[in-house]
Design a protein around this ligand. Structure first.
Ligand SMILES: NC(=O)c1ccc[n+]([C@@H]2O[C@H](COP(=O)([O-])OP(=O)(O)OC[C@H]3O[C@@H](n4cnc5c(N)ncnc54)[C@H](O)[C@@H]3O)[C@@H](O)[C@H]2O)c1
Length: 346
């Protein structure tokens, strides 16, 4: 099933409004999910509409909440997200970082009382579009074991950095600090697919390609102790610095519809033009990317790309041809259409 992005965004917006959000709040959440799908990150796409709508309906996400600046000093700001919908609070925070960076060269903001903010690139790509280097991280509820540990203690705590180029699309690193995002395992389970056996272990610590067993066990950190280190670093920024819960405390996204999550975000922007001439920078970015494109491909690989490129290509294709939705996700949307009495006009 292929659906045009605009129609899917409008449907999700209306469902979220029926659940209790304002149009503005609902649009941010819908836009963030559809951006996930457009970029080929189905784990963070409309497959999550049920969860966001249910959290709003259950009032564990606060409709109408406006973020509040708690303190500002030099190039640093602390924000209380007031349990508002994640993408709206996140974009609002990135706007503060961009404004601050335009004045001071760089600016950083921490957020407590946040909600799940979807793909971390939703904030950094937005900054890169404005000739900034954007960085965003957040923590999430525990699902990843520390290196050498048998039980989950960290979230999949993602990081994204986006850097604009000239003729090429921006470099956008956007990744979980687990081998993959947990949502990819949830999606595989929903769609009846096996997963690679190095993503997670079952409850007894054995590698598994069964998504159900993986979800009942623990995800593994990316690259052993290194991914564990980055995941913990993100948790420290989001809890110790931002004042949100740590991953052991963050409310469970998938099945706790009684408690707010209190996720922490940390975001920043660098105004490139305060460092170097922006056009010179973009030319250098282009030639750097060209160098990597010119790298001979190893056996079994067609070409060398840079971070952000696979997602950029997918997005261009799906903007033209429509977003591919699996039967399982389409059926979920049909159920939501009935539950919230919003017709599916696609
Ligand atoms: N909000 C949250 O709590 C949360 C938690 C975890 C993950 N996430 C999101 O989940 C999404 C998926 O994360 P993931 O770790 O599974 O991502 P992934 O494994 O799909 O991709 C990670 C990175 O690798 C790059 N990449 C992939 N193939 C490449 C290639 N052939 N050449 C060069 N670069 C390539 C991508 O551009 C991307 O930057 C991200 O958007 C992330 O922000 C969100």
């Amino acid at each position: 099933m292929k659906v045009q992005a605009e129609k899917l965004t409008e449907f999700c917006t209306e469902v979220l409004m029926a659940a209790g959000l304002s149009r503005d709040e609902a649009w941010y959440q819908a836009d963030c999910m559809v951006e996930g799908d457009l970029r080929g990150i189905g784990s963070h796409g409309v497959s999550r509409l049920y969860y966001y709508a249910s959290r709003v309906k259950a009032k564990v996400i606060s409709a109408g909440a406006e973020p509040v600046i708690l303190s500002e000093s030099g190039a640093v700001m602390t924000i209380d997200g007031k349990n508002g919908i994640g993408p709206k609070v996140g974009r609002w925070t990135m706007d503060r970082c961009i404004e601050g960076a335009k004045k001071q060269g760089a600016f950083f903001a921490s957020v407590k009382h946040g909600n799940h903010f979807g793909i971390a690139a939703y904030y950094t790509e937005y900054a890169a579009r404005q000739d900034m280097i954007g960085i965003s991280i957040c923590n999430s509820d525990k699902s990843v074991a520390p290196y050498g540990g048998a039980v989950p203690m960290l979230g999949t705590n993602p990081i994204s950095v986006a850097i604009p180029a000239g003729k090429h699309p921006p470099f956008i690193l956007d990744m979980a600090t687990s081998v993959v995002a947990r949502g990819k395992i949830v999606l595989a389970d929903k769609e009846g697919r096996d997963i690679p056996s190095d993503w997670a272990v079952d409850k007894d610590g054995n590698p598994t390609s069964n998504p159900k067993q993986a979800l009942g066990g623990t995800l593994l950190p990316l690259g052993g102790p290194k991914g564990y280190g980055i995941g913990l670093l993100i948790d420290i920024f989001c809890s110790c610095l931002a004042g949100a819960f740590n991953s052991r405390q963050v409310g469970r996204f998938w099945d706790d519809f009684e408690n707010p999550q209190n996720v922490g975000f940390f975001m920043g922007a660098f105004d490139i033009s305060k460092f170097v001439d922006i056009e010179t920078f973009k030319q250098k970015m282009d030639s750097t990317i060209d160098e990597f494109h010119a790298c001979p491909a190893a056996p079994g690989y067609g070409e060398v790309m840079v971070a952000g490129e696979p997602e950029y290509r997918k997005k261009q294709k799906q903007l033209k041809d429509g977003i591919e939705l699996s039967n399982a996700i389409f059926e979920d949307l049909q159920k939501l259409s009935i539950e919230y009495n919003i017709p599916m006009q696609f």
